[in-house]
Each structure stands twice: as structure tokens, then as C-alpha cells.
Design a protein around this ligand. Structure first.
Ligand SMILES: [Zn+2]
Length: 406
């Protein structure tokens, strides 16, 4: 990267035209998204890099003048606000919480159809932020802040690697743990490309002694076991203090039993008090429930941290953002190009590319999807500059470096 260039790969190109005022999120977001330090001045004699278009005029937010960058954004507040998703209201319970049963316990063959039906009720709204399929807003501001403040050191991955890649499985039901053959196929694909992966497991099925062999087998091959909540419904984060504590106890018991250091909430449901809980529990080292971008997710939430960097979501908890689900790739062919662009972006930023998949027959545990998985890992493994790691390793590397800078 040239000294005075911000670089193309990670430049944030927000779609901030005049319509932002009418957008329910951006209308609230701006100026709070940008945490403006001063009212931006329309007359600016540098090269404007980021601006808001208001009618026919452009209001500069970040500009360059004689090799020096200037901004009217309060960078620390803006970075924090994005990473912690302060730009949006708290998540609301999704439609599946009002079903009179736990949706996750439906047989797999019904779920595929049920997902389609439920999606009819949760119509996607047009969304300006965060961008699909990934958003670079927070990373752009992090890099800008490193550039403006010469003292801030960029995070570096171990072994001199430029960026990290980690694979994970959301094991929503015990199905794959009862099908050793499938487990071995997934392991064989990962092993072929030198990967190990993180398996997010649901506490309620872990007491079944028939699963012990599969779990031991995974641990023995140095895959990571982590927690995916207690029963995979969507209610936990929305319940009262007493009920949350009761359910955490179920999770904690299994987390201790299997030395789990990571947590990913079912359906990526997350609320502020949920993160406070995780911090207080003193069990987990990291969380991986925050997507980079999830505009059309479980609750039409316009949510995401717009980053591919690990960060502290609470003082004791490292967040490893989720970047991509294998099942998304299945839907459209042109997503291949996006996947490659996304990896290039993570590489430029020096972030972590986290791929998640669901090892169930109606998701990715079938021959067609395993073939796709193989092809994706083939792409991911191409680059020697990538650190292939477990999510727990990534979190530890980040924590170690943060504490050495204190
Ligand atoms: Zn799940």
C-alpha cells in the first residue's frame, strides 16, 4: 500500500444518497453512526474520500489534503458504536419465539419447508446498512484511525500470517453426531486441506451416551468443541434474569464437561444483557454470535458489526465475527465471485474469515453440499499467508496481543 493511499480493497463506499433520511435505520444512524465531532463543512479544499450526499451538495466526512487525512468523525466512538451495534435498536423476538413449540426440535425434513413458509411472514425490507454480503464500515474506520494516530499498532496474527481462516459447524441437532460416516466425511475434507474446525454443540443433547464416541473422536482429532446454547430455541436471550440463569446453568455444566471456551448463540440472537451474562459467567473466552452483516436475518434486524476483526465485546470476552455461511453459497452461483472478493478483503484488512456451516441433511450434510464444501476449502487453502486456526486460537492470539499492548 502506498504511503498516502488508503488502498482500494477496504475503502468503505457507503450508499449514502439523499434517501438515507427516509430510511428507518440510517435516519437514526446519521449522524449517530458517524458520531460527528463537528458539523461537516461543505467547503473543503482536500480530496474528499467519504461524504454524505444531501440534495445536490456533498458534505465531506473524510478528506485528504497534502497526504494528511482529516475527518469530522469521532473515530473511537464510531468504531465502538459499529462493533457493538449501537446504531440499531435491541433485537426483538423473532416470529419463531411465538410458535407454541421449539422450532429447532422439528424433524429436519419439515424444517426446509417450514423455513420457506416462515420467510413469507418475515418479508425482507430494503436496507441501506449494513451492506450485503459484507460491510467494511468498522474496518475502514479502524484502519483510518491507525493511520491518523501513528501510535496505534495494527493487530498481527501469529506465524507472520497476514490473516486468519477458521471453520465452524453449528450443530443444531445431534444428527451428525449419530452418523459417524458423515462426521468422517466432513473431517476428511477439512483434513485434506490442513484444517481443523470448531463444533458448536447444543447442551440438551450432550447427555445422550450414544454421542460419546463421536465427541471423543472429534476431540481426539483436535477439533474444538464449543457451546451453541442449551436447546437451540430463540427465547433464551429474551427471558427474565431467573430463567436466563437457569438456562445458563445447563450450558455451563456441559461447557465445563467438554472444556468449551467458545459460545455462539442459537440463531445468532444477541442482546446487551446476554453479552453481560456471558462476561459474568467467567466460563467462555470468546463469543462468535455477531455476524459481519445480517440484514435479512432472523429478525430483519439490519444488524452486524461491519468488521472482520476480532474485538472485545465485553472486557473478558473476545468477539470473533461470523463472516459467511456455506448455505448462502449454495443459493447463487455469482456468490463465488463474492466469496473470493470477501477473502481478498479479509486478507487486505488482516482480519479473520470465519466460515460456518450446518451439518444436517437439509443444510450441508449431503453429497452436493459436501462437494461445495470441498471446493470452498480448496480456495481457502490456496493462500500461504492465511493462518488456519480454531476460533479459540484466534481469540487467544487476539487477547495475548491486546494485553501486551496495555
Ligand atoms: Zn444454530
Amino acid at each position: 500500500m502506498e504511503q498516502n493511499k488508503l488502498g482500494d480493497g477496504w475503502l468503505w463506499r457507503p450508499r449514502l444518497d439523499g434517501s438515507w433520511k427516509a430510511d428507518p435505520v440510517l435516519g437514526r444512524l446519521l449522524p449517530s453512526l458517524l458520531w460527528l465531532r463537528q458539523v461537516p463543512d461543505e467547503s473543503c479544499d482536500g480530496t474528499v474520500l467519504v461524504w454524505i450526499e444531501s440534495g445536490s451538495s456533498q458534505i465531506p466526512l473524510i478528506w485528504e489534503k497534502q497526504g494528511i487525512y482529516h475527518t469530522s468523525i469521532d473515530l473511537d466512538k464510531a468504531i465502538n458504536g459499529l462493533l457493538h451495534e449501537h446504531y440499531r435498536p435491541e433485537l426483538v423476538p423473532p416470529i419463531t419465539t411465538i410458535l407454541p413449540f421449539n422450532y429447532s426440535l422439528l424433524p429436519n425434513f419439515i424444517k426446509g419447508t417450514a423455513e420457506k413458509i416462515l420467510s413469507l411472514f418475515e418479508k425482507p425490507k430494503p436496507i441501506l446498512f449494513p451492506n450485503e454480503p459484507y460491510d467494511t464500515a468498522a474496518d475502514f474506520l479502524i484502519k483510518l484511525s491507525e493511520r491518523l494516530d501513528g501510535k496505534k499498532a495494527a493487530f498481527k496474527w501469529p506465524e507472520n500470517k497476514k490473516y486468519a481462516i477458521s471453520l465452524s459447524h453449528d450443530v443444531d441437532t445431534a444428527w451428525v453426531l449419530k452418523h459417524q460416516n458423515m462426521l468422517e466425511q466432513i473431517h476428511a475434507i477439512e483434513d485434506r486441506y490442513g484444517f481443523r474446525s470448531t463444533w458448536f454443540l447444543v447442551a440438551d443433547y450432550l447427555d445422550d451416551p450414544r454421542l460419546d464416541d463421536a465427541l471423543n473422536w472429534l476431540s481426539h482429532l483436535e477439533h474444538e468443541l464449543a457451546s451453541h446454547g442449551d436447546n437451540h430455541d430463540v427465547r433464551h436471550a429474551f427471558t427474565n434474569d431467573e430463567e436466563r440463569a437457569r438456562r445458563w446453568n445447563i450450558i455451563i455444566r456441559q461447557a465445563r464437561r467438554f472444556s468449551m471456551k467458545g459460545f455462539r448463540s442459537a440463531w445468532l440472537i444477541r442482546t446487551n444483557r446476554f453479552f453481560d451474562d456471558i462476561d459474568r459467567l467467567n466460563i467462555f473466552e470468546y463469543d462468535s454470535s455477531v455476524p459481519n452483516t445480517y440484514p435479512h436475518g432472523v429478525v430483519n434486524s439490519n444488524s452486524g458489526c461491519a468488521s472482520c476483526m476480532p474485538f472485545f465485546i465485553r472486557p473478558n470476552i473476545v468477539e470473533i465475527p461470523v463472516l459467511w455461511f456455506l448455505e448462502i453459497l449454495n443459493k447463487e452461483q455469482d456468490k463465488w465471485n463474492l466469496l473470493k472478493k470477501m477473502i481478498e478483503y479479509v486478507r487486505t484488512i488482516g482480519g479473520i474469515f470465519t466460515l460456518a456451516m450446518h451439518p444436517q441433511p437439509h443444510h450441508s450434510a449431503n453429497p452436493r453440499m459436501l462437494d461445495l464444501y470441498d471446493r470452498v476449502l480448496n480456495v481457502l487453502a490456496e493462500d500461504n499467508d492465511a493462518w488456519q486456526c480454531l476460533q479459540a486460537d484466534a481469540a487467544r492470539a487476539f487477547r495475548k496481543q491486546a494485553s501486551s499492548h496495555e
